[in-house]
Design a protein around this ligand. Structure first.
Ligand code: MBD
Ligand code: FE
Length: 250
């Protein structure tokens, strides 16, 4: 009998894996290959274990979290959030002459539709080539395509930036090797990351994807959910992504 949570969860994982081994008649050479695969994480980059687990399970924990929320759908934080983002008002710093301009706008309210005054909203996303600032030599500082803004009494926000691009997760280590061995690719669809904090609501972390974009139906980390796919409008020749946040009480 399971007598604590670790025993309950890990015990069930072990039973589930045993059932899979049995179902597929897994052999000793295959078992040893699996052990050798896991041993490759020794000496791999420190992000490889989180990456390998997040690829398959992080989105599932969001689905479970949403069983207890009534508001907007949460989604993967990913590895590129920076708390100390530049404070912004109405635009993110972008690489000039690169990519298509885009405005992201909407409102932040509680479940009853009451605007949240003084909510902090972090927005971060890749550049038009699919790279995040702070993680590539040509954007050494984590200031491009990132910012944190504060809502006023109307709970509204609007920022100008440029359209991001599809992106490959790191795939030169064991986690990428596993995807390849499975015949899968390392691509994620283009996306915008958001994080909202306000004392009255639960912290909210999510992503937005673009209707019809590459890999929206085939995300390597299986993080896309229907409510997170947006069609962009166009205003005065500029793409507009409308994203409202309806947030659960703290
Ligand atoms: C990303 O940019 C991301 O958003 C996730 C979830 C995983 C890896 C890279
Ligand atoms: Fe991302």
């Amino acid at each position: 009998m399971a007598n604590n949570r670790v025993d309950a969860v890990v015990g069930d994982i072990i039973e589930a894996v045993r059932n899979v081994l049995d179902k597929h008649d897994v052999t000793f050479p295959e078992y040893r290959a699996a052990v050798a695969f896991l041993a490759q994480y020794n000496g791999a980059a420190p992000y490889e274990i989180p990456l390998g687990l997040d690829m398959f399970f992080n989105a599932t924990i969001h689905d479970i979290e949403m069983k207890n929320r009534k508001g907007s759908v949460t989604a993967l934080e990913g590895p590129y959030f920076r708390d100390e983002a530049p404070a912004v008002k109405d635009r993110l710093k972008v690489l000039e002459g690169k990519g298509e301009p885009m405005i992201i706008e909407g409102t932040i309210t509680d479940l009853s539709g009451e605007p949240l005054d003084g909510a902090e909203l972090w927005i971060w996303h890749s550049d038009p080539d699919g790279f995040y600032s702070g993680f590539v030599p040509y954007m050494p500082e984590a200031d491009y395509y990132r910012g944190v803004l504060k809502t006023g009494p109307d709970g509204a926000y609007s920022v100008r930036t440029s359209v991001p691009a599809p992106y490959t997760i790191p795939h030169d280590g064991p986690s990428g090797a596993l995807l390849e061995a499975m015949g899968r690719h390392p691509w994620r669809p283009a996306h915008i990351h958001f994080k909202v904090r306000h004392p009255k609501v639960l912290d909210h972390i999510t992503q937005s994807y673009f209707q019809g974009g590459s890999y929206v139906d085939d995300d390597c980390v299986e993080g896309v959910r229907p409510d997170l796919i947006h069609t962009m409008d166009e205003r005065d020749g500029v793409k507009v992504l409308h994203k409202d946040f309806v947030l659960d009480p703290a």
